[in-house]
Design a protein around this ligand. Structure first.
Ligand code: AMP
Ligand code: MG
Length: 491
């Protein structure tokens, strides 16, 4: 377990950073890229260089022998998402007490075992009688019926209803044989012995028919549906108190970065608190997964590889943050490979979230009987920049986790919508950009207010956001224009 620094992991001595001059970001990045080119023999294609860009905005595409055959480089985020989704499956199913099933995903379709309601019943406290008996009733000429039964909810009728008689019955009580209408007591005049009705009532009025809600034999719900309040109640109505649900994937979260401070550690110059761990674990748990913090590791390939290997032993999915760019201390992709992860996609054509390594660990290859669940273990190496990390989480990771959770295929991809932006985004990008912001779901035309700061390090603007609007590569948008968007979670 790597749960805290000090669990055998020494941090890089700060002196290690002295070799990188951080005075001029642009020059610095070029230097880093050149160093990497020297190391890997990659060719460097510069698409766009602007002064003042940040680490995730290089606009540089590395091609050549740096990439493995078949590995996607700087692909559309949907391609990386779909490729990762192809390799994973639900992590298994279990019976769980219905009382603990809120938000769980139903693993088996449910067929109705009985009609709901199981018998014709009264929706009111009132009187049951034959509609025919009161067809001529009027204010001037009301009809009086003799009360022959008293039926509480939970009782069975003690006698049938014949001409000229009525039963006094409560809400939920069975409508007796012979009666075909009910009137609430407020619409009658009554004594203990008699009830008087002064208008005609249609046959069938106020009788809830057996099977009106659910008919025996009908499919109540398919597999892959989230158990919400309505479904929980519906299952209980069928006497199903231990449904089959999919197991919750366990997601291991690893933070990389020698600068990362843990809870309880004393702040020091150059060090920053670990935001990504908490953002990622919260997002995983809100999505319906379980999460475990594996720990924070220094920027060193072997150390990161060890942490990944440890996570792979127990987790169904692994998410790392940091160290996926091309800096000297960006070791996560190499560490992933060292731990046996096959990288399927390296980098995305996405801002924020360009840096990233997406791979799978397929233990079924070495042990066909083994493995955890119905697919490989996805390993996501996300940018350390908090907003880039979380953008990639919602764009790529969440749909993959949803497939592992057992969501129906059409529900794995976040719900799409069109939104009218109520703010400009005037910067042209070489890659698609996902603007985070808040969609007003109550508006007739969905309005989205992009958050004020869209920088890849600005996590605070993700708080309260519920959607991403997509600004296609090479375009800008003005307030009032309509663009595609997707929700971060459920509505
Ligand atoms: P990296 O992806 O490692 O190049 O990191 C990019 C930026 O994100 C750097 O400024 C890091 O210090 C910062 N960063 C990395 N990991 C975290 C984290 N867990 N929480 C907050 N910031 C981080
Ligand atoms: Mg780093």
């Amino acid at each position: 377990m790597f749960s805290a620094p000090g669990d055998g992991y020494s941090r890089f001595p700060q002196a290690c950073f002295a070799g990188i001059k951080k005075t001029d970001k642009e020059t610095d990045k070029e230097d880093e890229l050149r160093k990497r080119m020297k190391k890997t023999g990659d060719s460097l294609i510069e698409e766009d260089r602007k002064p003042g860009y940040n680490p995730d905005d290089w606009g540089v595409c590395i091609k050549g022998n740096g990439g493995k055959e078949g590995m996607l480089e700087r692909c559309d985020f949907r391609q990386a998402r779909d490729l990762m989704m192809e390799h994973v499956g639900p992590v298994g199913m279990q019976k769980a007490p219905l009382s603990a099933c809120a938000g769980r995903i139903l693993a088996r379709a449910v067929t109705a075992q009985e009609d709901v309601p199981p018998f014709d019943r009264s929706p009111y406290d009132g009187y049951a009688f034959r509609a025919k008996d009161v067809e001529a009733a009027s204010l001037q000429d009301p009809v009086t019926l003799r009360i022959v039964d008293y039926i509480a909810a939970g009782d069975v009728p003690h006698t049938g209803i014949t001409a000229g008689t009525a039963a006094h019955l409560m809400t939920g009580a069975p409508v007796p044989e012979g009666a075909d209408a009910v009137l609430p007591f407020e619409k009658t005049r009554f004594t203990d012995e008699e009830v008087t009705i002064s208008s005609p009532v249609k046959p069938g009025s106020n009788v809830v028919r057996a099977g009106e809600d659910i008919r025996k034999g009908m499919t109540l719900c398919g597999a892959g549906v989230r158990i919400d309040a309505g479904l929980a109640g519906t299952l209980a109505g069928q006497g199903i108190f231990e449904p089959y649900v999919y197991k919750k994937p366990l997601v291991g979260v690893i933070s990389t970065g020698s600068e990362i401070l843990e809870e309880g550690e004393t702040p020091a110059p150059g060090r920053i608190y670990n935001s990504n761990r908490y953002a990622l674990q919260t997002a995983c748990e809100l999505a319906g997964c379980r999460s475990i913090y594996i720990g924070t590791v220094i920027d060193e390939t072997d150390t990161i590889a060890q942490a990944i290997a440890s996570a792979l032993k127990t987790c169904d999915a692994v998410i790392l943050s940091g160290g996926v760019s091309v800096g000297d201390f960006d070791c996560t992709p190499a560490a992933m490979e060292k731990a046996g992860v096959e990288i399927l996609a390296h980098g995305l054509a996405l801002k924020p979230g360009m840096a990233g390594a997406y791979g799978i660990f397929d233990d079924r290859k070495s042990d066909p009987s083994g493995g955890q669940g119905d697919g490989a273990i996805p390993v996501f190496g996300l940018s350390g920049n908090p907003a880039a990390c979380m953008t990639a989480f919602y764009a790529v990771v969440l749909p993959v986790l949803r497939k592992m959770m057992g969501f129906a295929p059409e529900d794995c991809i976040p719900a799409k919508l069109r939104v009218r932006l109520s703010g400009d985004y005037s910067r042209k990008n070489q890659s698609a950009r996902l603007l985070r912001g808040k969609v007003d779901l109550t508006a007739v035309v969905q309005e989205m207010q992009p958050a004020a700061g869209q920088g890849n390090q600005m996590l605070s603007t993700l708080a309260g956001s519920n959607a991403f609007a997509e600004i296609p590569a090479g375009t800008t948008v003005q307030a009032g224009e309509t663009v595609d968007a997707f929700l971060m979670g459920d509505i």
